[in-house]
Design a protein around this ligand. Sequence first.
Ligand code: 5GP
Ligand code: ZN
Length: 119
Amino acid sequence: MQDNDCIFCKIISGKIPSRKLYEDDLIYAFHDINPAAPVHFLIIPKSHIPTLSDASAAHEAALGRMLAKVGELAREAGCTDGYRTMINCGRVGRQEVYHLHMHVVGGPDPLPPMLVFER
Ligand code: 5GP
Ligand code: ZN
């Protein structure tokens, strides 16, 4: 359920402080410590799922809750006319924290293009 070495599991249990936005039985939402935009928060499942590729039917309730809640949380954070969600997965996706998390980013109107490829 929880991983003792995982920083996001420690945030959920309160061992590491965070600026919490929301919590229920399945998910936890908090401001990113190094925001990439005026609004940048993370929504995570309370159970330790390392990456999106590790998700299975057992996680449907938590993953569904993340998607069902994001609109309300983004609106409350000031994103009344749109925002962007991202889930980085694994090495190629440049995931840094291996506890599945959805980034919610907003503020600039409009946001920059989704991906900028270096040529
Ligand atoms: P990733 O690259 O894995 O998709 O994103 C990890 C995110 O977690 C980064 O945006 C980083 O700023 C954020 N982060 C890493 N450690 C902490 C922490 O201890 N507290 C908070 N609030 N965010 C963190
Ligand atoms: Zn974890």
